[in-house]
Design a protein around this ligand. Structure first.
Ligand SMILES: [Zn+2]
Ligand SMILES: [Zn+2]
Length: 165
């Protein structure tokens, strides 16, 4: 989603409003291990300040992840407002946090992707107390204990046992 800012840069317009929706890129979704995603709705504006520009971007959507422990689908709601300063020329190091407007255009996608990544929960779980899957038999322990838990088979004993059966 590229915004054309030349009118704002030239001072023909003080503000540019936008509103749209977009599908997140497959490779981005893979990079955050998201298995499914709704389109992201977004809106906002860019306002001219003294020397810089201010971007306000609100977005919402829904991502589906696998629970870290039991692999069940977990829906994560996206909803945030980002405020960033933009500039048409980067001068000093202290301005690292500014987004550079190149050729009078701003691509909103990297801004969105960065903000989504920063706001994801560190560990995505279906439930804080999710018991996860048994590492031996793969049973979902949220539905009750499996049998391996009682016996706690030692892999060395398991090998021996196999010799006699
Ligand atoms: Zn889970
Ligand atoms: Zn088990």
């Amino acid at each position: 989603m590229i915004l054309e800012l030349s009118k704002v840069i030239k001072g023909l317009q003080n503000q540019l409003d936008f509103e749209s929706s977009l599908e997140l890129d497959k490779s981005f979704l893979e990079s955050i291990e998201c298995v499914n995603a709704s389109a992201v709705q977004f809106s906002g504006n860019i306002r001219k300040l003294d020397k810089r520009y201010e971007l306000t971007l609100s977005y919402s959507g829904e991502l589906v992840f696998e629970c870290h422990r039991c692999l069940k689908d977990v829906n994560v709601n996206l909803q945030n407002t980002v405020e960033r300063l933009l500039t048409t020329s980067l001068e000093t190091d202290e301005e690292e946090d500014l987004i550079l407007i190149q050729d009078g255009r701003l691509d909103l996608v990297p801004v969105l992707e960065e903000d989504i990544t920063l706001n994801l929960p560190l560990q995505i779980l279906c439930n804080e107390d999710c018991a996860g899957l048994c590492p031996h038999c793969g049973k979902d322990l949220n539905n009750g204990m499996c049998e391996c838990d009682e016996k706690k088979i030692d892999p060395r004993l398991e090998a021996l046992k196999n010799l006699f059966t």
